[in-house]
Design a protein around this ligand. Structure first.
Ligand code: PLP
Length: 359
């Protein structure tokens, strides 16, 4: 069986061994005579799967007892509303750093529920860098400071996180599990699963316990952190199969050596691709070197008229989903945890060949 080199931005590549194990367990999960997706979420077996996944997240990130780990539905987009509903009151202010398309969506949604202050933005240069921290115009009284740790569309990533008096909140949808993160720096982090955790339908939230418990009355129950924490994220039926798959991915990350090892491998993959781009006269990367994402690598061809040919030839070689987002143009290679260095090597040698023929 030949697996594609899958550079999709999301839903994205999953480790082959994880999918193989899921296939193996599809009809009969560990002697139960049924699939995980056919089980009651109240069953002992599923409750065990769920608890294991939480324990592995806690181990991977060394999450302290001061934090809840929640497995909810509604995607990262659900949390664009969930965060202000749970953690602000009407009239409160949320500060945002606007580094790309996902920051912009978070800002727009939060604006329905509280005041938003865009403390800094790189929109005037089409989101090609992260605004310098000392130029951020923070409010004096904000409840939260929101950042997007990795902009999936623009390929811009925070290398270090700002230290801030204001409670820091981060959308880590597209770089969670790719490197170590000190959770204690944050009031809350959240991530839709379909980039680096597992199938779509699941959202991971790690939130400091003392911030929970004063959700607004109109907060939908399934988005209320305190209620969900009390119910072990099962106040209603959770996305059981996605949760199980995520659990297999957490075990896979542990088997790779944990987040330090993941970061090393991801850096090696990104270095390989960026240096191929930088050493070429045909390809270029739009993002400032110090802000380049190790997960999503946008790049352009010298002649955009050759984009279609590039994509066609790539597909002939088994390389898929390289077309860039329409707002950026060109190409984007998403090289999440499950994309192997061999896939990146295949891309790099194809690019050099294409440049020789067309450059
Ligand atoms: C994909 C993505 C989202 C949106 O996730 P949904 O699960 O579709 O709501 C939000 N933020 C970032 C950084 C993303 O990559």
């Amino acid at each position: 069986m030949q697996r594609s080199h899958n550079f999709s931005a999301g839903p994205a590549s999953l480790p082959t061994s994880v999918l193989a194990q899921a296939a193996e367990e599809m009809l009969d999960y560990q002697g139960s005579g049924m699939s995980v997706m056919e089980m009651s979420h109240r069953s002992k077996t599923f409750v065990g799967i769920a608890a294991d996944a939480e324990a592995d997240v806690r181990e991977l990130f060394a999450v302290s007892d001061d934090y809840h780990v929640l497995f909810l539905q509604g995607g990262a987009t659900g949390q664009f509303a969930g965060i202000p509903l749970n953690l602000t009151a009407p009239g409160d202010t949320m500060d945002f750093v606007d580094t790309g398309a996902w920051s912009k969506k978070a800002i727009k949604e939060a604006g329905k529920y509280c005041n938003v202050n865009v403390a800094a933005s790189s929109s005037d240069t089409n989101y090609d860098h992260i605004p310098a921290t000392d130029a951020w115009q923070l409010s004096t009284n904000a409840r939260l400071l929101h950042i997007c740790s990795n902009e999936t569309i623009g390929g811009v990533q925070f290398q270090d996180f700002p230290s801030s008096e204001t409670t820091l909140v981060a959308d880590m949808s597209s770089d969670i599990l790719s490197r170590p993160v000190d959770i204690d720096q944050f009031g809350l982090i959240y991530a839709g699963a379909q980039k680096n955790i597992g199938p779509a339908g699941l959202t991971l939230i790690i939130v400091r316990k003392d911030l929970c418990g004063s959700a607004r009355v109109e907060t939908p129950t399934f988005l209320d952190y305190a209620i969900q924490a009390d119910a072990d994220s099962m106040s209603n039926t959770p996305p059981t199969y996605s949760w199980y798959l995520a659990g297999l991915v957490f075990k896979w990350v542990k088997a790779q050596g944990g987040l330090e090892a993941m970061a090393k491998l991801n850096q090696a993959k990104a270095d390989l691709l960026y240096s191929a781009i930088d050493n070429s006269n045909f390809f270029s990367a739009p993002v400032a070197p110090e802000a380049r994402s190790i997960m999503n690598v946008p790049f352009t061809l010298a002649d955009a008229a050759q984009d279609a040919e590039f994509l066609r030839r790539a597909e002939e070689r088994g390389m898929f989903n390289l077309k860039g987002h329409r707002s950026v143009g060109g190409m984007r290679a998403s090289i999440y945890n499950a994309v192997s260095i061999e896939s990146v090597q295949a891309l790099v040698s194809f690019m050099s060949e294409f440049e020789n023929e067309h450059g």
